[in-house]
Ligand binder design. Structure first.
Ligand code: AMP
Length: 115
């Protein structure tokens, strides 16, 4: 587990900042977004500090795939019949925390295209 001391999601991974954790294994932590945009809004993050989804895919395709497996697992647990998974990659795309994270959104009708 490689952590960045300045990173808020690393602080959640190591327990320095509390979060509403819904899933945890050796490589992945999932917790409720503090500012939910849907009834289900979970952030699924690698425990490894990697800046964004593109870097994560290069460094660990296996962990990248596991993020989606965990999203499907949480969605199934909650009985979601449809859900959205989103990586914001880069500030222009809306990324505000530079530790790769997959948003899992569901529990309401989701519009397309996104804003
Ligand atoms: P993004 O804009 O794609 O980088 O997403 C970052 C997300 O992290 C936003 O949806 C924030 O609401 C969420 N967030 C920031 N800090 C925390 C925190 N301490 N606990 C839970 N969610 C957080």
């Amino acid at each position: 587990m490689v952590l960045d001391s300045a990173c808020v999601f690393c602080a959640i991974v190591n327990g320095g900042i509390s979060a509403d954790v819904v899933y945890r294994d050796e490589n992945i932590l999932a917790f409720n977004d503090v500012d939910p945009q849907a009834p289900t809004h979970v952030l699924i993050v690698p425990t490894l500090h990697v800046e964004n989804s593109a870097q994560l895919a290069l460094i660990s395709p296996t962990t990248t795939a596991q993020l989606f497996t965990v999203a499907a697992h949480i969605a199934a647990q909650r009985g979601l019949t449809g859900f959205r998974t989103v990586f914001n990659t880069g500030a222009e795309a809306g990324q505000s925390v530079f530790h790769a994270h997959l948003h899992l959104l569901g529990g309401r009708r989701l519009a397309w295209p996104p804003g």
